[in-house]
Design a protein around this ligand. Structure first.
Ligand code: IVH
Length: 691
């Protein structure tokens, strides 16, 4: 009996010991996680230099939340799960400001199941099902604007949620934030909350140092923050790069809003810019579709978003649900999966384009971003390698947005591996043909060998057969590679003159395929004049330039007999392009090529452009980004309908086609000149008419 008792106590004792051990083990783990997260918070919110990817941060955060829920007695009010961002640190330049109502954060979910489990289900237990206001989640900096009697008197960053920094001086320089509210019906005191962000286009301009030498920013969010924190500034125009959208209110007197949608429309009446993509839905399916739609099309928006925000529309219901210390219970951020991944840079490949320009391409350990395996990304030009201080062996951040070519956005240098970093040597000779490489004034490398360089020839022929040029079906990129590698073709004419003798020398090409290819090459290819010009591959001559040139000269003969003065007189054609054209048409070899091409190509001149349509001969300028149509296709369609596309607004402009950019200078000028404007919906309905 005693023995049995002893055994029982020993087991109990061991059990207790094990529990104590587990408690200490997890306590240590929790403390370490908190330290790590607080450190990241500090870097993100205070120093504005994050060295962790969003999704990795979110993983750490939810790990901590899970552990804290498992061991509630280890909870602590100073845990990052209870705080909003980093604790306030006194800042040197900006005065602190206490928020009248705390500026909280939002809870996040990444998956549909979590959205139901953590948001819809708990809500349904407390209130009847209601309408939800679905908004975009702008990836910028939250600010609070305080209007007193309609006059903007202070502007504060979120800081730690309770105390922020007064950045009014810089906010006053942002164009789309009104200094005075519109109308008369605004409350005496009104705090407006919203996001400051930078568009992708402006971000590019900033990093190209077009506004003076500022630090190079790795993402749009840190760029917006960086500009907001500028203390002494030489070029005030830098603030024109910022935009603002209001998405809510903080403290206010008197006025009562019934729902979130009304808040937004009232803000708009007061002159506050708001997003036009907000929608109110009752059905969950529609909310999910809204999310899916923007997940798919987010790269078409002019600014970055990292998810959607779902808010209960009715404000009474919002108040019933209330807040945690950290976030409202009536709203949630349903975030998009990360479009960024961290990986190891293995080598750089120098790729030769169709006009000889060399593009460095990063080759890295394969990463899967949103279901696609990637191991190559563009680095644009050699300047980018220097800008990123890139070396082999570095960890690089790869970003892939929709169908856009993946790019390297950031480099994370592992200090432990510092010695193992290998410098990237920029080639002096062409990696394909060994000829000496030259550099333009902007440091762009190019191969001067022309089509005698095999890689250049391959790239040119791929351009030549593509849909927007000659459009030859049945000849693919692989076949072109094989034909060039075997020295079976030396130019586009050889390609158009392919015969069964040549084609039978290619491995794995059956009779059926050979016949199809020969059949597609049998008749003369019919090509519009502008596409023919595009097929010549003259440097700097893109699809739009070719179109302008085709309209100006009308015939190939006139084009070939032009001179520099005439070329320079053409609107929209720059110095460099005219010189390239002039050099091209003055080389006997090129004239011979054109003559031979004409044996297999019939040029169609613009006379068969559809007449009597809304766009015919109208001078059209385009601004902003489009959701349902790419800009390339928009231009192409307008050209087919006979429109004249310009890149500027003048008195003579007939129409401004307006995308989603609300702050473009073209828009302002067009408003001044009273020029007709049409939006994307209208343009699409007009295109349908002339299909
Ligand atoms: S509502 C109580 N709406 O996301 C918090 N926030 O992760 C109410 N954000 O600090 C915020 N777009 O800076 C709201 N449409 C939107 C938003 C949005 C971006 C930011 C905001 C907030 C952060 C939370």
């Amino acid at each position: 009996m005693e023995k049995k008792n002893l055994k029982f106590y020993i087991i109990k004792f061991i059990n207790i010991l094990y529990k104590i051990y587990k408690l200490f083990y997890y306590k240590k783990k929790i403390i370490n996680l908190r330290k790590k997260i607080l450190n990241y918070n500090y870097k993100y919110h205070v120093l504005n230099s994050s060295n962790i990817l969003d999704y990795q941060y979110d993983k750490l955060f939810s790990k901590l939340e899970k552990l804290e829920n498992l061991y509630p007695y280890l909870k602590n009010k100073y845990s990052p799960t209870k705080l909003v961002g980093a604790r306030y640190k006194s800042l040197i330049f900006f005065k602190k400001i206490y928020h009248n109502i705390p500026m909280l954060s939002l809870n996040n979910v990444f998956h549909k199941n979590d959205l139901f489990k953590k948001f819809f289900l708990p809500i349904n237990k407390i209130i009847n099902k209601s309408n939800f206001c679905c908004e975009l989640k702008f990836d910028g900096i939250a600010i609070n604007l305080l209007y007193n009697n309609g006059i903007l008197i202070s502007a504060a960053t979120r800081g730690d949620g309770f105390i922020g920094e007064n950045i009014i001086k810089n906010i006053l320089k942002i164009k789309n934030i009104p200094h005075v509210l519109k109308g008369e019906n605004f409350p005496k005191i009104l705090e407006i909350r919203g996001e400051i962000f930078i568009t992708k286009k402006n971000f590019k301009k900033l990093n190209e140092q077009k506004f003076g030498k500022y630090k190079v920013f790795s993402n749009t969010r840190s760029a917006a923050y960086g500009i907001l924190k500028i203390n002494k500034c030489i070029n005030k125009k830098i603030f024109n790069l910022l935009n603002f959208y209001g998405y809510g209110i903080g403290f206010t007197d008197k006025i009562i809003f019934l729902n979130q949608q009304e808040v937004l429309t009232k803000l708009e009446c007061f002159g506050i810019p708001i997003s036009k993509y907000t929608k109110v839905y009752y059905s969950y399916d529609k909310i999910i579709n809204f999310y899916k739609y923007f997940k798919k099309n987010r790269n078409l928006l002019p600014y970055n978003i990292d998810g959607i925000v779902i808010k209960i529309n009715n404000i009474k219901k919002q108040n019933i649900l209330g807040y945690t210390n950290h976030a409202p219970k009536w709203a949630i951020a349903y975030k998009f999966p990360s479009q960024e991944k961290l990986t190891l840079l293995k080598k750089i490949i120098f790729q030769i384009g169709r006009t000889g320009v060399i593009t460095p391409i990063a080759n890295f350990n394969t990463v899967n971003i949103n279901g696609v395996n990637i191991n190559f990304a563009t680095l644009y030009n050699i300047n980018e390698i220097k800008r990123l201080n890139l070396k082999i062996g570095d960890y690089i951040v790869i970003q892939r947005c929709g169908d856009v070519i993946p790019k390297v956005t950031n480099v994370i240098i592992n200090k432990k591996l510092l010695k193992k970093r290998i410098s990237i040597s920029i080639p002096k000779l062409c990696p394909s043909c060994n000829s000496i490489l030259k550099k333009t004034l902007n440091n762009i490398l190019y191969c001067t060998a022309g089509l005698s360089c095999k890689d250049q020839l391959k790239a040119y022929l791929k351009h030549f057969i593509s849909r927007d040029v000659i459009n030859i079906n049945f000849i693919g990129e692989k076949l072109i590679n094989k034909l060039v590698d075997k020295n079976l073709i030396k130019n586009a004419i050889d390609l158009l003159n392919l015969n069964s003798n040549v084609l039978s020398q290619i491995d794995n090409l059956g009779n059926k395929s050979i016949n199809k290819i020969l059949q597609s090459l049998q008749d003369k290819q019919k090509v519009t004049f502008n596409k023919f010009l595009f097929s010549l591959g003259i440097p700097e001559m893109g699809i739009v330039t070719c179109y302008h040139i085709s309209l100006f000269f009308k015939t190939l003969e006139k084009f070939l007999n032009t001179n520099l003065t005439e070329l320079r007189s053409i609107k929209n054609i720059g110095k460099k392009t005219s010189l390239n054209i002039f050099n091209f048409i003055n080389k006997q070899n090129n004239i011979n090529i054109i003559k031979n091409l004409l044996k297999k190509i019939k040029i169609i001149y613009p006379k068969n452009i559809l007449k009597k349509n809304y766009f015919y001969q109208k001078k059209i300028t385009i601004t902003g980004k489009f959701i349902f149509i790419t800009r390339f296709n928009l231009v192409k369609k307008l050209i087919i309908l006979g429109a004249i596309i310009n890149n500027y607004i003048s008195k003579k402009t007939d129409i401004l086609i307006l995308g989603t950019n609300t702050t473009s200078s073209k828009l302002l000028k067009a408003t001044k000149l009273n020029i007709k404007m049409i939006n994307e919906n209208k343009i699409i309905s007009l295109f349908q008419k002339y299909k």
